[in-house]
Design a protein around this ligand. Structure first.
Ligand code: SF4
Ligand code: SF4
Length: 321
């Protein structure tokens, strides 16, 4: 795979600082049952990196003292980490809102037979990638048969109450473009998804989050191979909207890797750009207990233009819908 960081280092992205920490995003490992073309994690079945019980306990200790309101669990496929449920249960006991970034098909993997019920019983919000409502586009990006399996799982989640009015069980979908283009406006695309998935498949969901592809990891490498990296970066820069800088997710979120090290966001984690604090080159979760991150300088590079282009892009979708 081609390295993308050398092409992003020399940046003119504005300097930004952290606000109040609201969300702890924990990447519990890179193992995944899928190998999607656009994966910014380069996850797959052969990856072995997984958060240990000891590091999960350090994350729980941080949740107990930090006052964050949301735990956002990501991967890989987070459910494949054997301590996933312990982390969810501990956070829920603390009254913390929990998000599972779920690829849907993992819920049909051996050993995951009751994971959907576990998520529903603990009122875990599910955010799931479905990069199109057309089968051929999803299978091209995420693998053959992924669309059909995803629809099966969405229907099962609906039967458990997910995406149903008044259930309190949120089911949100994520769209990203197939190629090196900006995503379309979120609201009309959400309406198209709602209509198509309901009429054709009887599937319901709450919100559609529209995300830009980041020019890093597998997608960035693909662009380099095709000689289109610079063109895509120019597109992101050309669509820069300064008002989006105020609400990029790194201002209120901190990302933790499977070993417990901290980053300003998941993208920086994948680029191995650690969060810097008090002159330290690397900060571990256990070092953070007594420190606040407010006002800390965020590590920005040219990929940050992926968050500010057009309507903006964050783990919660468009910034300026
Ligand atoms: S399902 Fe998600 S984590 Fe797994 S390969 Fe696809 S994009 Fe990456
Ligand atoms: S890529 Fe990360 S550090 Fe850069 S603006 Fe987006 S969230 Fe912030």
């Amino acid at each position: 795979m081609h390295a993308t960081l050398p092409k992003l280092q020399d940046t003119d992205f504005p300097a930004i600082r952290r606000g109040r920490l609201e969300t702890l995003q924990v990447n519990v490992g890179y193992q995944c049952n899928q190998t999607c073309v656009h994966c910014h994690v380069n996850a797959g079945p052969s990856r072995t990196e997984a958060m240990s019980r000891e590091t999960v306990d350090e994350a729980i200790a941080f949740l107990e003292t930090s006052g964050v309101g949301t735990l956002d669990i990501t991967g890989g496929a987070p459910e494949l980490n054997k301590h996933f449920r312990a982390l969810v249960l501990a956070a829920r006991r603390l009254g913390i809102h929990v998000i599972d970034r779920c690829n849907l098909t993992v819920l049909e993997q051996p050993g995951q037979e009751d994971t959907a019920e576990f998520l529903a019983a603990n009122a875990v919000e599910i955010i799931a990638s479905l990069p199109c409502y057309l089968e051929e586009n999803v299978d091209a990006q995420r693998g053959k048969g992924v669309f059909e399996a995803s629809i099966r799982v969405l229907r099962r989640l609906n039967r458990l109450g997910y995406g149903q009015p008044g259930s309190g069980l949120s089911l949100n979908l994520v769209y990203n473009p197939q190629g090196p283009t900006l995503p379309p406006p979120q609201a009309p695309l959400e309406a198209d998804y709602q209509r198509h998935l309901q009429e054709r498949y009887d599937v319901r969901f709450n919100r559609l989050y529209v995300l830009a592809n980041m020019p890093i990891q597998r997608f960035g490498s693909l662009l380099i191979s095709k000689g289109r990296f610079e063109e895509y970066l120019a597109l992101l820069k050309g669509a820069y909207q300064p008002q989006n800088v105020e609400s990029v997710m790194c201002r209120t979120l901190v990302s933790v890797d499977w070993r417990g090290y901290l980053y300003d966001c998941d993208f920086n984690q994948m680029l191995e750009l650690p969060l810097r604090l008090a002159g330290r080159p690397r900060v571990h979760l256990r070092d953070l207990a007594s420190r606040r991150l407010d006002g800390n300088v965020i590590q920005v590079k040219d990929h940050c233009y992926g968050c500010t282009a057009g309507q903006g892009s964050s783990c919660g979708g468009a910034l300026a819908p």
